[in-house]
Design a protein around this ligand. Sequence first.
Ligand SMILES: [Zn+2]
Length: 310
Amino acid sequence: MKTEIVEGWPQGHEIRILISETDASQVNAIRRALIADVPKLAITRVDFSQGVTQDNKGEVVESVNVLPDEVLAHRLAMIPIPTSQDEGLVFPDQCKNCMDVVEKDKGCPMCQVLYTLSARGPSTDAEEDFKTVYAGDITTISDPVFDIRDEHKQIPLTVLAKGQFLEFYAFAVLGRGRDHAKWSPAAAVGFRPHRVAVLNKPKKAAALFDLGLTTTDGTPIDAKLFGKDKKITNVNHVLDLEKALHQVGEGTGRENDFDDAITMEAVEGAYVFSFETDGSLDPVTAFNLALNELSSRFNNLGEEVASALA
Ligand SMILES: [Zn+2]
């Protein structure tokens, strides 16, 4: 199997990868590993402060909230937590310190990341009635590498009214998507056969070229795009062309003029794989981790089969 990042990618957290010398079942195994097996951090436990307190101005605030605690805990679980591979975090069930202790004592700097938040609604004399609490209000107690990323700081968590406060400690641990979706690092994971566009009838293709369409990078869709050998192999351009062909396809009234002037030829054993991460991992790291997960699993399987046969 060969893999190659398509030119111009990754863009943000999205990526396209050309995988060749393979078959659909292998590519699908990578897809499933990305969704279910690649480990990432997510908040899995929240300790809320409860009760009534008085601040230094004598104002009384209470821990009542418009959202139930469990809904808030769920929202916290969905915040992408930056998952740095270099910090040497381990899964809670593999942590030397926590493996053999009772449930309530589990959790140490080796296996969890700690966050806290302390917010209160507007003061009694304030003009506004509500204050929104954002993911950006969360403070990291552990290493700053785990700080919520700037792009996720605008995620709203809840609103607080006058006289309300919200205070909690939140614990993030490593997990896998197969146990809970909050640990799934990638979304929109898909693949399609890699194809090459072939210009068969340059004159008839005018039905498409005269529409003045362009590719996503702004290149005009015309005969020049096909080059001397009358073919497009560039993955991005092929995908853009596929979309453009809908303008001359069945039901458009242009299909007779166009007369299959351009056709798509599948490249055997090659697939265009695309996905987007939630921001907890960069897409290249996530893809490599998926391949590692697969290879370690198949090695283990090999050992098991060997011992079963011995
Ligand atoms: Zn631990």
